[in-house]
Design a protein around this ligand. Structure first.
Ligand code: COA
Length: 189
């Protein structure tokens, strides 16, 4: 597996371990429209707003990984690093490419980034109705630590889920730099 963890350079690619033959790329502002189209295809009635996507793409502490196929994106994961916590803002795979392990692979990459950045925990919120995603996260070792009533803009509840980031004993966790209040905004659909 060849992972490059520095994500300042949006042209870098992250190569999968050969299992899937997938190559993920770090998205940048130029991907805004493609990401919005992906949101509408993948999340149907509840896409991220365009300005939310733009905020994520423009944020130094956020990381968006995408998989390309021809003209469109097939998979997307958005992460936000908040101190020692990595938040998974979104993970999605287009309907035609589901059940091939792509989301699992993306979540494993999220863990690798989190470990490298010294995060102690990965957190996410998922609709209590989203059984596919709940099962995905549960199988990866995420545990529910709360219910957020009316979390989504359309009123659905969410589970708050978390997973400790496994650190090798020899790894010294780097000190994360301070988070500005602007970066703590609540992003949901
Ligand atoms: C949830 C989602 C990201 C899963 O992506 P994926 O690439 O199909 O997931 P994987 O192939 O890695 O699946 C891993 C495991 O998750 C579980 N899982 C995934 N989809 C499932 C489904 N529809 N029903 C039940 N379990 C499911 C299974 O245990 C699966 O393992 P298996 O295929 O060996 O049975 C995808 O269905 C999706 O994009 N949904 C719409 C967007 C969304 O809801 N995103 C999550 C909230 S932000």
């Amino acid at each position: 597996m060849a992972l490059d963890y520095g994500f300042a350079d949006s042209k870098r690619t992250i190569t999968g371990d050969g299992l899937l033959g997938s190559v993920f790329r770090i998205a940048g502002p130029v991907d805004l429209e493609a990401l919005y189209r992906f949101e509408m295809l993948c999340f149907k009635d509840h896409p991220f707003r365009r300005d939310h996507i733009a905020w994520i793409l423009g944020n130094d502490r956020a990381l968006t990984l995408v998989e390309d196929a021809d003209e469109a994106l097939t998979a997307v994961m958005m992460l936000l690093f908040e101190g020692r916590t990595c938040r998974v803002l979104s993970v999605g795979v287009v309907p035609d490419a589901r059940r091939r392990g792509i989301a699992t692979r993306l979540m494993q990459i999220a863990e690798a980034f989190s470990r490298k950045r010294g995060c102690a925990t990965i957190r996410l919120e998922v609709s209590t109705e989203n059984l596919a995603a709940i099962e995905l996260y549960r199988r990866l070792g995420y545990r529910t630590d709360g219910v957020l009533y009316g979390y989504y803009s359309w009123g659905e509840d969410a589970y708050s889920m978390e997973k400790p980031v496994p650190h090798a004993l020899s790894e010294a966790a780097p000190e994360p730099s301070a988070i500005s209040p602007y970066e703590s905004i609540n992003i949901n659909r």
